[in-house]
Design a protein around this ligand. Structure first.
Ligand SMILES: [Zn+2]
Length: 331
């Protein structure tokens, strides 16, 4: 943790300013081990491995702890980087462009292994705070520690340990895995300064009935319950099916005839996946099977979230015909 992060951090319990009570280990001007104390309520929060810790996984509600653990395993094992991450992120954040990040103070709700936090920093953000609840923070910290404007924090999206100090907050693929996606969204957006912006990307209810009907029972009843190393191996089988289908069917058909391709099942998404290699596809399959909680949000419901926070100039975009991207100005 760099000390400049204290300008953005706040006590998640009372909102008070935090003080670096002591640092027992420094590396390159970064606090590796130490302790933060709230100036107001005097609660204490540890810093270990360079990361301020605001969540005690042992004391967390069981559904949140399970999600944190399962995704945490994912992000400490699928640490690959892919050159398509930036295009992918821009797809989820549309209509935002890299220039938009320049000079802004940014919050990412659910940073996983930090791949988007890193991009935000590289696109010129003044400061980026990446928050995640699980062990993914260790990977995120390692991936971004050369970037002085990145601050990785372990915390709960419902109790964010930050001030209302951000120009832009975004969350991709995370809200729908929390026990209450709408409340997680409201919590994230509450940290954006008036006039700032927010983006969210969520699974759509529309067009995903086949997942909710056939994949979800397997996910909730089996794959999210087994040990992650076993799921890692088992998920190679559906990945093989996906890999061969996208490479041997979706890619060539899309290259030859757009009208024929449009008749293929789930074409927008599967043709998009066709550009990814084995490792990334395995990661995507694993990601779909590991989550203990997943909600599919209808457009109507998603629009309501934005209305409820009083957002202006809201743009909702249908992405790959299976998910929703939202962008708006926070009042
Ligand atoms: Zn406090």
């Amino acid at each position: 943790m760099r000390e400049r992060a204290l300008d953005l951090l706040a006590c998640p319990a009372c909102g008070g300013d935090l003080l670096l009570a002591y640092a027992s280990k420094y590396e390159q001007k970064e606090v590796i081990d130490g302790q933060l104390t709230c100036k107001k309520c005097v609660r204490e929060y540890g810093i270990t491995g360079g990361i301020p810790r605001f969540v005690d996984l042992a004391k967390l509600e069981s559904d949140k702890a399970e999600t944190a653990e399962n995704f945490g395993w994912q992000w400490t094992h699928f640490t690959q980087e892919d050159p398509r991450y930036s295009d992918q992120l821009l797809g989820w954040l549309q209509p935002v462009k890299p220039e938009f990040f320049s000079g802004k103070t940014i919050l990412e709700g659910g940073c996983g292994k930090g791949r988007h936090t890193k991009l935000a920093a590289e696109w010129g953000a003044a400061d980026v705070v990446g928050v995640d609840m699980g062990d993914g923070v260790e990977s995120a910290f390692a991936l971004t520690r050369h970037l002085p404007n990145v601050h990785i924090v372990q915390a709960d999206i419902f109790k964010l340990p930050v001030k209302r100090a951000f120009d832009y907050a975004f969350s991709v693929g995370v809200l729908h895995h929390t026990p209450d996606p709408r409340r997680a969204f409201t919590s994230l957006v509450s940290k954006v300064k008036p006039g700032g912006h927010a983006s969210a990307w969520v699974y759509g209810a529309e067009n995903n009935e086949w997942i909710t009907n056939y994949v979800d029972p397997i996910r909730t009843g089996f794959t999210s319950q087994i040990r992650q190393p076993l799921l890692y191996q088992l998920s190679k089988l559906p990945t093989l099916g996906l890999f061969l289908t996208t490479k041997l069917v979706y890619r060539p058909v899309n290259a030859i005839s757009r009208s024929a391709a449009s008749r293929l099942f789930y074409n927008d998404y599967l043709s998009h996946l066709a550009s990814f290699g084995w490792r990334e596809q395995h990661n995507i399959v694993f990601d779909h099977l590991v989550a203990p909680t997943a909600f599919y949000i209808s457009k109507k419901e998603f629009e309501r979230w934005w209305q409820e926070i009083g957002a202006e100039d809201v743009q909702i975009t249908w992405h790959n015909r299976n998910s929703w991207c939202g962008f708006g100005r926070v009042a």
